[in-house]
Design a protein around this ligand. Structure first.
Ligand code: ADP
Ligand code: MG
Length: 232
């Protein structure tokens, strides 16, 4: 479970996150929506301690992420908008094995996690391929596999569909739905609800760093446009 309590994040004098409280249960599929600049990226970077609160706190499974960053990072895996930012190795297999290797697992456990993660995104058998020679959709899937290999309770993806063509979008969304069905909590950050809204248990809309709407699609749908989010 991720609990955000009265979180404030400032850049200079500007409050990019302005008093957000939010609880994300294990296994929930949540979409965080809102126009560009509404604070989505700044908010989710707090979920695993990539940013430090100016006020308030974030707890993962009851542990404050500022005090327990390693616990937070193994429970909450993050995939950034540009998957190239996530890669640390040249080939698919080496990249996906990197996270588990850093957890200090045995060689066999690392192999097992790598295989399972690559199978989940249907990239198994392609361990030796160079990441920079893959398509955008394939790179997005490798980035997701890298996060899955950490065996997280929550997977957070910031604008995972940006720059993907329609078939790649569909493939990524299918994988997210399958993960959710297997019990992983999924948080998708997007300014564009197309396709993904129907999969979500809940939609959280940010506006100027605050939560403007929070509920299932049918409860928030009529008010999305008011906060600059195009209804699906
Ligand atoms: P979103 O992901 O919803 O587009 P961001 O969290 O990126 O929103 O940005 C929220 C606000 O904080 C915006 O006004 C943005 O310009 C500002 N901001 C984001 N990152 C920085 C930064 N590194 N330095 C200064 N201001 C920033
Ligand atoms: Mg953003």
């Amino acid at each position: 479970m991720i609990e955000v309590r009265n979180l404030v994040h400032r850049y200079g004098d500007a409050r990019a996150v302005d008093g957000v409280s939010l609880t994300l249960a294990d296994g929930e599929f949540v979409v965080v929506a809102g126009p560009n600049g509404s604070g989505k990226t700044t908010l989710v970077r707090h979920f695993n301690g990539l940013s430090t609160p100016d006020e308030g706190s974030v707890l993962v499974d009851g542990h404050d992420v500022t005090d327990h960053p390693v616990t937070a990072r193994s429970s909450v895996a993050m995939v950034f908008q540009d998957p190239r930012e996530c890669f640390v190795a040249a080939t698919v297999g080496a990249d996906v094995a990197f996270g588990p290797a850093n957890l200090g697992l045995t060689h066999d456990a690392i192999e097992e996690r790598r295989e399972r993660a690559l199978r989940a995104v249907r990239m198994d058998g392609r361990e030796d391929e160079r990441i920079d020679e893959l398509s955008g959709g394939e790179q997005a899937r490798v980035a997701i596999a890298g996060a899955l290999a950490m065996d997280p309770t929550h997977l957070v993806l910031d604008e995972p569909f940006a720059g993907l063509d329609w078939p790649a979008r569909e493939a990524v969304l299918d994988h997210l739905q399958a993960l959710h069905e297997r019990g992983t909590g999924v948080v998708v950050v997007t300014h564009d609800l197309r396709d993904v809204a129907a999969s979500a248990d809940r939609i959280v809309v940010l506006s100027d760093g605050r939560i403007a709407l929070d509920g299932p699609l049918d409860a928030v749908e009529d008010r999305l446009a008011e906060f600059g989010v195009r209804p699906p």
